[in-house]
Design a binder for this molecule. Structure first.
Ligand code: C5P
Length: 226
């Protein structure tokens, strides 16, 4: 089987408070999406990467000139729909049920190739597949609409799910079709089939740029890596 990467980049970045979609916000001189794609391109075992854009996206070619990834403007109203559109596009380009797909959020632009390698090493001989994740360090609270604590959640067995998430194309497609737009990641859809994806520890640096202050943090981390 071959390995493909699929990058959903069709969100509007509502929570980020940026002027345009957050995947094009400048981080260290390049759009966020360029950093994400560079990390995936540095993993030789990945045969090709497909970027899923919104049908209305008119910025990609100017923002990422010379990008060698495949591009499909098949994004949907939810992340799950964007991923399903991307999986169908991978099939059109020759991918089959048994091929592996690593779905990775465009917004996790601090990805390091070695974490992707660790995920592939852990999952390529696994029946189910798995995801990068980080054990939760904070004490977890459930809160109500008035921002009052309604419960403290036992953190001991909790992990924060990240991406990439690596599953066989046929299985993850069936799983997402069954769960619909409610799936906020691929693993939750695969779990709903009764399967137990493998958790592969990565790093807190693999966070999803989501809130306005995350851009500052991403800039500092990238500067420190140079
Ligand atoms: O909204 P969320 O933080 O879950 O988005 C995670 C990733 O999914 C982002 O990279 C975003 O661009 C992408 N996304 C998408 N299509 C949507 C919503 C989000 O491709 N409709």
């Amino acid at each position: 089987p071959r390995l493909f990467a699929l990058v959903p980049a069709a969100g509007i970045g509502e929570r980020a408070g940026a002027a345009g979609p957050k995947q094009y916000v400048d981080i260290g001189g390049l759009p966020m999406l360029a950093h994400t794609l560079a990390a995936l391109a540095a993993v030789p075992r990945i045969a090709q990467t497909l970027v899923v854009l919104s049908p209305a996206d008119d910025r990609f070619e100017a923002a990422l000139p010379g990008c060698t990834a495949w591009v499909a403007r098949v994004g949907g109203a939810s992340r799950a729909e964007s991923v399903l559109g991307g999986l169908a596009e991978l099939r059109r380009r020759g991918a089959t049920d048994d091929d592996w797909v690593l779905v990775h959020d465009a917004a996790r632009c601090l990805l390091r190739p070695e974490w992707v390698d660790a995920l592939i090493d852990a999952c390529e001989h696994d029946d189910v597949g798995g995801l990068l994740a980080q054990p939760v360090a904070d004490t977890l609270k459930a809160g109500d609409a008035d921002s009052r604590v309604s419960a403290t959640v036992d953190r001991r067995d909790k992990w924060a799910a990240q991406t990439p998430q690596m599953f066989r194309l046929g299985r993850v497609e069936r799983a997402l079709q069954a769960m619909g737009a409610a799936a906020t990641d691929e693993a939750s859809a695969v779990e709903a089939l009764g399967l137990r994806p493998r958790l592969v520890r990565a790093s807190m640096e693999n966070f999803k740029v989501t809130w306005p202050e995350d851009f500052t943090l991403a800039n500092r981390l990238l500067a420190a890596r140079r």
